[in-house]
Design a protein around this ligand. Structure first.
Ligand code: FAD
Length: 459
């Protein structure tokens, strides 16, 4: 364990702050998005640059500390914190540079996706990310990245061109298709297992105004609408993105009073390309069943990315369950409805994200992300502001997931799972796990970076 002298030397080597339990900022520094997580690290190194990250990795390794890596602090399981260990907090590293010549953006890991959208939208471009603006770049990009542009331009990792990484031995490397290509392969879906990524280079796509936003239907109509949506999205052209959600209509002014607190089904649209054709895409849905709320229309892409932010503020209790899904049978839809009808709180719900279209162009062995043939990433979230409801939302989410799991493809997206053990991590990677374990052995043989969805080094 470290001494005050060794900590003093470590602190002196940093440009950023080193926060300890007696620091007035300690509670703020250990607070993350999911209020269900309450971990007490011994040290939080708020890194300002690559040199700080190298010092932190070297200190943690020499002092035999458990090390957690934090970017946006959004992972449901709180894997960016560790009790009694060292947190390498990248959130102060917020540099972004758009290169108009190469149509790329270089992003430091502490940015959130709203920062990136802001920097690129001014040039009429975007890179595919998630469905809210507050998630961190680091964790989302390394886990895969599923969102409002997936069917059009692939997963976030399909747009990753390069990463700068501090390895477990403190060395600093670049990974791309030509240099450290094995590491580059593993970083595209393998999570935080292989080193601390300090910056990412992403390809930019021509996305500016989209036809997007949510349309809601009453619960009694949701089964019919879900079937229609499923059959449509399996074959839809790639410029159409539309995920299905179960939500309780929030009791806030922007929603009509008469529908507030009703359980409902929602389709969130994100249609790119020639927007004059977008109404025609949505029309059959509006015609099939009259919606109760309809907010879909042209809007700037960053506005679509931030549309759910006010409904998902930090500081709520969250319990996540996930699976990949190949297709929805009638029985699966029936089971979904049965469980959503029992959702215990107004913020709890389910999303089914299409991951077909452009995301199917890469094969299961092309990146660490194995489930390339799956058509959907499903996530069930029990959510509530009140810690007293923790058990209630957890039990509902687990029970719902257990009922749906037989209808799934088996494994799940690592960014939408809790800390569920080795078998679930292996199920996420399937045949790619042995190769990931070999790459882990090469770049992190002692498993220094193990506070994550852990891939063990091959023996
Ligand atoms: C409200 C909400 C909405 C979400 N929506 C989506 C969505 O639309 N699409 C989607 O794909 N996911 C989504 N997610 C899940 C999201 O991808 C994960 O929560 C992800 O971990 C967020 O990244 P982060 O940097 O904020 O996480 P953190 O909690 O900071 O990090 C999570 C883990 O990633 C690893 N890690 C993070 N940064 C680095 C780094 N720089 N180097 C090495 N390892 C690192 C570490 O192991 C860390 O424990 C959502 C999450 C929330 C809470």
């Amino acid at each position: 364990m470290f001494t005050s002298e060794s900590v003093g030397q470590f602190q002196a080597s940093l440009r950023g702050a080193l926060v300890q339990p007696d620091d007035p900022n300690y509670n703020a520094a250990r607070t993350i998005y999911n209020a269900m997580i309450d971990k007490r690290p011994a040290l939080i190194a708020q890194c300002r640059d690559v040199a700080d990250v190298i010092s932190a990795v070297n200190f943690g390794r020499k002092e035999k500390l458990d090390i957690a890596i934090r970017s946006g602090g959004h992972h449901g399981a709180g894997l960016c914190l560790v009790d009694n260990g060292l947190v390498i907090d990248l959130s102060p590293m917020k540099g972004i540079r758009v290169d108009l010549q190469t149509k790329t953006v270089r992003v430091q890991s502490g940015c959130n996706w709203g920062d990136v959208d802001h920097a690129t939208h001014i040039f009429g471009m975007a890179t595919p990310t998630g469905i809210v603006s507050t998630t961190g770049v680091g964790g989302l990009a390394l886990g895969g990245g599923v969102g409002n542009l997936t069917r059009t331009y692939g997963l976030t990792i399909d747009n990753l061109l390069e990463a700068d990484v501090v390895l477990a031995d403190g060395s600093f490397v670049t990974a791309n298709e030509k240099t450290n290509s094995d590491l580059f392969w593993a970083l595209r879906g393998g999570g935080g297992n292989f080193g601390v990524v300090t910056s990412f280079l992403f390809r930019l796509q021509p996305v500016s105004t989209v036809y997007g936003g949510p349309i809601f239907w009453e619960l009694k109509d949701v089964g019919k609408m879900m079937r229609f949506w499923h059959d449509f999205i399996m074959e839809a052209p790639e410029h159409v993105n539309a995920y299905f959600g179960y939500h309780t209509v929030p009791p806030v002014d922007m929603f009509p009073k008469e529908h507030q607190l009703k359980k409902a089904g929602m389709i969130m649209w994100s249609i790119t390309g020639d927007l004059s054709q977008a109404e025609a895409v949505v029309k059959p849905f509006r015609r099939l069943i009259t919606p109760i709320i309809d907010f879909a229309g042209p809007l700037p892409f960053p506005a679509l990315q931030a549309i759910l932010d006010p409904l998902m503020p930090p500081g709520l209790q969250w319990y996540w369950n996930a699976d990949f899904v190949n297709q929805l049978s009638d029985k699966a839809i029936e089971t979904h409805l049965e469980h959503f009808a029992q959702s215990p709180t107004a913020s709890s719900g389910m999303h089914l994200y299409p991951i077909n279209g452009a995301a199917h162009r890469a094969g299961p062995k092309d990146t660490a992300w194995s489930y390339r043939e799956a058509n959907f990433a499903q996530v069930i979230v029990g959510v509530d502001p009140d810690p007293a409801n923790k058990e209630k939302i957890t039990t509902w989410s687990k029970t719902y997931w257990q009922a749906m799991h037989p209808h799934s493809a088996g494994g799940a997206y690592i960014n939408m799972m809790m800390d569920e053990g080795q078998e679930r991590v292996k199920a996420a990677y399937r045949d790619n796990y042995p190769r990931l374990a070999e790459i882990k052995k090469k770049y992190d043989p002692t498993n220094l970076f193990h506070i994550n969805q852990n891939i063990k080094p091959a023996r």
